[in-house]
Design a binder for this molecule. Sequence first.
Ligand SMILES: [Zn+2]
Length: 340
Amino acid sequence: MTVDHATTLAEARQRIAGAPDDDALRELEREYVDKSGLVGQLLAAIPSLEPAERGAAGRAANELKQAVVIALEDRRRALLTAALDAERKGDGFDPTLPPPSVERGSLHPITQATRRLTEIFHAMGYHVLDGPEVELDWYNFEALNISKDHPARDSQDTFYCDEEGKRVLRTHTSPVQIRALEHLEPPFRAVAPGKVFRQESTDASHEHTFHQMEGIVIGKDISVAHLISAMKTLLRGIFDRELEVRLRPGYFPFVEPGFELDARCPFCTEGCGVCKRTTWIELLPCGLVHPNVLKSGGLDPDVWSGFAFGLGLSRLVMLFRGIDDVRHLLGGDQRFLEQF
Ligand SMILES: [Zn+2]
């Protein structure tokens, strides 16, 4: 059996290139490559050749087989690519496109700060408490040493919930101090994060609803040194390093003595925008729990003492996140929230 290999190969390539689908290719593969096909026949015929011709005939048959196999593979790949291209142009599945993006939410910056701080306090042995947002006047004012005619009431413009003024939207988280005194067995430590409300006209630095975190520690012989130590531990928890703190006198009816606690600006050494070029950041009001408050909570001020502090969560989040308008925090604007 003799064939003109060059002509056979050219013809095979032409037929393969014109094959419309896989089935047609499989048919051509049988015709040329399989045992019963042309190459199989060529190989089978070798023993009948003159011994001198057998080597060359074998090599020629194998070369033909290789060339046809390569042509078949090329055509299969081309058909697959064409099929994918067609699918991509239609509305079919395109495996080369990136997957649709998943919309991911994130926690509100206030929630993030609350969680971070309560984690730190929890590690320091503090209970994390909750209190009602609609509060009795007793808890919000009276029990905290703020009597009806106390001037401090003027600075906390209050939303009253009834005609008699018995129920208010709490103006600070401090009422949780009294509830803690009533419910926890001293000595104890507790923080209470939450929303507070003031009847104010709103602007960039005033909002009717904002967030605070109250802290109270009750024990025997509690002093200002304990307070400073706790605040330093808190700062170390937030900033992972030691920050200098200082106390300035401050007046709050429910503490005696009362202080404003400042911390060294964690962002600079020589003054920056956050600390308004002073290198100090006003962190929180604090002090030793007033004996009248202890009495309101049912404790004997001669036996028990304690310190309390009130973190302005909204203010701190604004400070550390560079937010210049408090109204963004609860404005619900997704463009703002998506940044966190
Ligand atoms: Zn600074």
